[in-house]
Design a protein around this ligand. Sequence first.
Ligand code: ADP
Length: 261
Amino acid sequence: VRIKGNYPHEIGDLASTLNYMADEIVQSNQVKDDFISSISHELRTPLTGIKGWSETLVSGGFDPEETKLGMSIISKETDRLIGLVEEMLDFSKLQQNQMKLVMGEVNMKELLQETMLNVWAKAEQKHISLNLQPGERPFLVYADGNRLKQVFLNLVDNAIKFSPDGSIISLMITEIAPDKVRISVKDPGIGISPEFLEKVKDRFFQVNPNQGGTGLGLAITQQIVKLHQGEMHIESELDQGTTVSVDLPLLDNQQPSGSLA
Ligand code: ADP
């Protein structure tokens, strides 16, 4: 839809505003179409695996080893489907401002150690080392521990996904102000070019849509960080690597107040 012609000043302004809005709508519809096509593909891949293996197993005649392999693939692919559906549900909850946080006192040092354990096997597959520089204190924050863990799992997951085999990924915790802690995830991976640096935080956006994923991870991560009165920053250089930092308010004087949880 374009509005053309010679109009008085105000109408001309209105026309260009409407043209701008029309462009935005077309663009956002395109983004949604791309998302539907990529999410369909993401859902289809594990479903194909599950269907294939279940049909094969039903036909019978396998030894216990083969049966076990088939069952474990079905279980792994089901986990992948559950993960995708949960990601979509989280996104929709955040969109509608309905994500409920279960707040309590969280020890960031422990949370990052647990995160590393959760992604260890995935890193191993690419011979990637995870290096935690945990700082000297526990760094207590008032937060929803499960949601914060989701944030760092997503960041480390991206770091692994976009780094070559044998890389070293570093997690660092530093106090950047008396009342603020910074947690950084640094990878030596493919990096993000400056034109896409802000866009990667947008919902559905992926630099390379053929690489799998949904493009929702960083959008969810950023919103969860904001719900904790925090900020997320991305620094990156193409072919050099990426550092994503999350700044969070520290609990007063690191003293548990006893009234939280
Ligand atoms: P997904 O990983 O599911 O595609 P994200 O929202 O987590 O969705 O990331 C969006 C896009 O940002 C990715 O597709 C990728 O292009 C880019 N990206 C995110 N993290 C990194 C990273 N550590 N290194 C390089 N590119 C990244």
